[in-house]
Design a protein around this ligand. Structure first.
Ligand SMILES: *[C@@H]1O[C@H](CO)[C@@H](O)[C@H](O)[C@H]1NC(C)=O
Ligand SMILES: *[C@@H]1O[C@H](CO)[C@@H](O)[C@H](O)[C@H]1NC(C)=O
Ligand SMILES: *[C@@H]1O[C@H](CO)[C@@H](O)[C@H](O)[C@H]1NC(C)=O
Ligand SMILES: *[C@@H]1O[C@H](CO)[C@@H](O)[C@H](O)[C@H]1NC(C)=O
Ligand SMILES: *[C@@H]1O[C@H](CO)[C@@H](O)[C@H](O)[C@H]1NC(C)=O
Ligand SMILES: *[C@@H]1O[C@H](CO)[C@@H](O)[C@H](O)[C@H]1NC(C)=O
Ligand SMILES: *[C@@H]1O[C@H](CO)[C@@H](O)[C@H](O)[C@H]1NC(C)=O
Ligand SMILES: *[C@@H]1O[C@H](CO)[C@@H](O)[C@H](O)[C@H]1NC(C)=O
Ligand SMILES: *[C@@H]1O[C@H](CO)[C@@H](O)[C@H](O)[C@H]1NC(C)=O
Ligand SMILES: *[C@@H]1O[C@H](CO)[C@@H](O)[C@H](O)[C@H]1NC(C)=O
Length: 703
């Protein structure tokens, strides 16, 4: 609140006042400072579009910049008011931040985050003496971080999610040596590289430090561990290396440590006893080896522990009597061995438990029943056996929403007639396990909340049952790479979840392995609405009513024995981005209306019996040759031009496909071939076009 002109004498104050009254003819005399007005006008002129509610050069009413959107002035009643805050976060601003804004001498708060500002930030922005909060997050601002940085009043500096690049060690050192009040420093998601051997020592107030998602490397400097007030340390997704220093034990106030997705190695230091506030400890996807240290598996404060994707080994001796806060435990992708210890199952509050991709043997202990809070469990990629006993046990976990059993229980029988009850289940995967049997009917009886079902890569056989269409929310069905036979039930086209997407609410743990790298993305992007029946022995037509599954993004029917026409109605699948019908016995044409499928990035009809002209509009010109190969009669685009031969072939094929008796089509074939010469002129003008309507009916239209 202190004014920059500290104590102006009465006379000059009076003069200034009169001057302002005169100049601005303002009603109350409290308008914004002349130079601030100029600075804001300068700032505005560098933007692509004017800011709503900003006057700029207009009538006298709008020249009081203190009343402009996002502008706050000080409370001075004597003389002109200074702009102290500019809050324009999330206002769709484009253009650049130009020097003018740095002339706002009294500015303490500047928020331009969540806009589309680009090019560089002015060097002087990092030299503003009164600035306490600077938030440029989520823009497209590039350039180096200036060196030195001189922001003596800064409390919060956020330039995350931009295009800054270059080394930062020196800039950080100067920032720290000038800014004793800095509490939050967020440089996440830029392109900073090099090491961070900076002197953090003087940033004694620092509470939050995020350097995540950059290209930083090297080891962590000792001065980092002098930050006694640090509560949050986010270093994930860089290339930091070296051992995790025991000095981390000095960070007595630390609550969150995330060093995942780096190249740290060595053993995890046994220093957690003193870190009594640590809640969230994430060191997944590094090269840590050795055992879980005793102080870690006895920490009473940790609620999230992620050590996945390292080379840790030994027994998992999580001490549940000590780890009273534990909710999320991820031990996946390590070398833990042996039995799953019964003691682990006394962690009654566990919500997520990922034990996948370790070498656990034997059966699942029946005491898993006691995990009544459990919502997500992965036992994928283990050497566990006895699937039916595992399911028998797990059905007692009443809150289980996601269950992943892929690549485990190899070669076992999936109990078809059992009566398991999984009322909360939303996601179930048991893929690539060579399981035998047919689609288990207990799924239909109990799993009415199922949204995601993946049973691909097994040896399941028999028909795809009608009841599969009755799940009210199923929107992801993968039965590929099995031995299913018969026709696809037409009722599958009634799947409600693919007509109206359900609100997808499995909050964490749908396909965790894939989700990890994409944590920020919407669940639907990770698990897109899908119907995958490829690599089976299915036959019969592709039902036209598939065209009603309008939410479908991925449709794969490849490598079956489907026959008949490609239904025109599929062009109603407006969200489709992948369509693979390759390696079937489909005949007829590629419906011309497919050029409307504007999102279809991947299209494959190779190795069928298709003929006629390939549509040339839409995305068709970008599909490669291998999308169409293996069909003798296709022409157009960069295949053979559609000449007379293909027209005739089309006609001939068309007659064959009218399902006329053999003799009739043979005779007509003969007539056509021999009559070429005579019909030439006539044919040329009146090319006959085959069209399919509703799959089975055809009619000939002369043009
Ligand atoms: C102005 O005064 C009001 C009321 O005293 C106070 O709430 C506000 O924070 C002050 N604004 C500034 C920018 O100093
Ligand atoms: C800046 O504005 C955005 C959007 O309103 C908001 O999310 C963010 O928290 C603000 N930053 C600060 C430091 O207040
Ligand atoms: C930038 O970081 C600060 C401090 O952590 C935070 O208050 C602010 O909300 C962040 N801004 C955005 C847009 O997330
Ligand atoms: C494991 O870590 C490696 C590199 O550290 C990474 O490439 C890989 O994607 C990670 N795997 C999983 C399943 O997270
Ligand atoms: C497990 O924790 C309890 C309670 O803190 C403690 O008494 C016990 O000694 C611990 N057991 C082991 C094996 O560390
Ligand atoms: C699986 O477990 C059940 C009891 O839980 C048992 O009756 C059955 O024999 C086991 N099967 C195999 C193949 O070990
Ligand atoms: C399941 O039950 C059906 C009808 O009750 C029966 O026909 C079938 O053989 C049983 N399957 C198995 C594997 O027991
Ligand atoms: C199908 O599953 C088998 C066994 O799990 C696997 O070996 C094979 O690679 C899979 N094939 C495809 C095309 O996914
Ligand atoms: C689409 O569904 C409606 C009923 O919802 C049905 O009347 C129509 O025949 C279906 N469309 C196709 C092409 O089968
Ligand atoms: C189309 O499918 C065939 C057979 O499955 C495959 O060989 C080819 O690479 C695929 N082409 C494209 C573009 O997906």
């Amino acid at each position: 609140m202190d004014l920059s002109d500290s104590s102006p004498c009465f006379v000059s104050l009076l003069l200034l006042f009169l001057c302002l009254v005169h100049a601005r003819s303002s009603a109350n005399g409290e308008t914004c400072h002349e130079s601030d007005l100029e600075a804001l006008e300068g700032f505005s002129s560098c933007l692509k579009t004017p800011i709503d509610g900003w006057g700029g050069g207009g009538g006298s009413q709008t020249s009081d910049c203190c009343s402009w959107t996002g502008v706050t002035c000080d409370n001075s009643t004597s003389g002109s008011r200074r702009v102290v805050a500019l809050d324009l976060g999330g206002r769709n601003l484009g253009g650049e931040i130009c020097d003018a804004v740095t002339a706002l001498e009294s500015l303490r708060f500047l928020n331009l985050s969540l806009n589309s500002l680009s090019t560089r930030a002015p060097w002087k922005l990092f030299q503003m003496h009164n600035l306490e909060v600077l938030d440029l997050g989520y823009n497209f601002i590039g350039g180096h971080l200036p060196c030195p940085i001189n922001l003596p009043s800064i409390r919060s500096l956020n330039i995350s999610f931009n295009n800054f690049f270059g080394p930062i060690a020196m800039s950080l050192t100067t920032l720290c040596s000038n800014s004793f009040n800095l509490r939050a420093l967020n440089l996440a998601k830029n392109y900073f590289y090099g090491d961070i051997r900076a002197d953090f020592g003087k940033c004694t107030s620092l509470e939050q430090l995020s350097l995540r998602q950059n290209l930083l490397s090297g080891d962590l400097p000792g001065s980092l561990f002098q930050l006694l007030n640090l509560g949050e340390l986010q270093l994930q997704m860089n290339s930091f290396s070296g051992e995790l220093s025991e000095e981390i034990s000095k960070l007595l106030n630390i609550e969150i440590i995330d060093v995942s997705y780096n190249s740290f190695s060595g053993e995890i230091p046994d220093i957690f006893e003193g870190l009594s506030r640590l809640k969230h400890f994430s060191l997944g996807s590094n090269a840590f080896s050795g055992l879980l240290p005793a102080s870690l598996v006895n920490s009473p404060s940790i609620s999230l522990l992620d050590v996945s994707n390292n080379t840790l080994y030994g027994p998992i001796d999580i001490n549940c009597s000590a780890m009273l806060s534990l909710r999320y435990l991820d031990l996946s992708f390590n070398n833990f061995q042996g039995l799953i210890p019964e003691s682990l199952l006394t962690c009654r509050e566990l919500i997520i438990l990922d034990l996948g991709y370790n070498d656990f043997t034997s059966e699942l202990p029946s005491s898993f029943k006691s995990l009544q809070s459990l919502r997500g469990l992965s036992l994928s990629g283990t050497s566990l056996t006895n699937l039916s006993s595992a399911l028998q046990t797990l059905q007692h976990c009443k809150n289980l929403e996601s269950l992943f059993l892929s690549m485990s229980f190899r070669d076992e029988e999936i109990l078809v007639n059992a009566s398991f009850q999984f009322y909360s289940l939303k996601g179930f995967a048991a893929s690539n396990s060579r399981l035998k049997g047919s689609l288990p009917s207990w799924l239909s009886c109990s799993c009415q909340n199922l949204q995601v079902l993946d049973l691909s890569g097994n040896r399941l056989s028999g028909r795809i049952p009608d009841w599969i269409s009755e799940f009210p929310s199923l929107y992801y069905l993968d039965l590929s790479n099995n031995s299913f036979t018969g026709e696809v039930p037409e009722r599958l086209t009634e799947l409600r979840g693919l007509r109206d997407l359900p609100s997808v609410s499995t909050p964490f743990f749908v396909m965790r392995q894939r989700a990890k790298s994409l944590r920020m993305k919407a669940l639907r992007e990770i698990v897109p609405p899908t119907l995958d029946l490829s690599n089976n022995w299915l036959r019969g037509p592709i039902w036209p009513a598939f065209g009603n599954l309008t939410e479908l993004k991925v449709l794969r029917l490849k490598n079956n024995k489907f026959s008949g026409y490609i239904p025109e109605s599929l062009s109603g699948l407006r969200n489709l981005d992948t369509l693979d019908l390759s390696c079937n016995s489909l005949s007829g044409r590629v419906p011309e209306s497919f050029d409307r499928l504007g999102f279809m990035l991947s299209f494959n009809v190779s190795h069928n019996k298709l003929y006629g002209k390939i549509p040339e509009e839409g995305l068709f010109p970008i599909y490669p040759y291998s999308s169409f190969e293996g069909n003798n009669g296709l022409c157009g685009l960069y295949l053979e031009p559609c000449g007379l031969t293909s027209t005739l072939q089309e006609l001939f094929q068309g007659m064959k496909n009218l399902r006329l008796p053999f003799e009739v089509s043979a005779v007509s074939g003969f007539l056509i071939t021999t009559g070429i010469c005579f019909l030439f002129g006539w044919m040329f003008k009146k090319a006959v076009q085959m069209r399919t309507v509703a799959g089975r009916r055809t009619h000939i239209r002369q043009e």
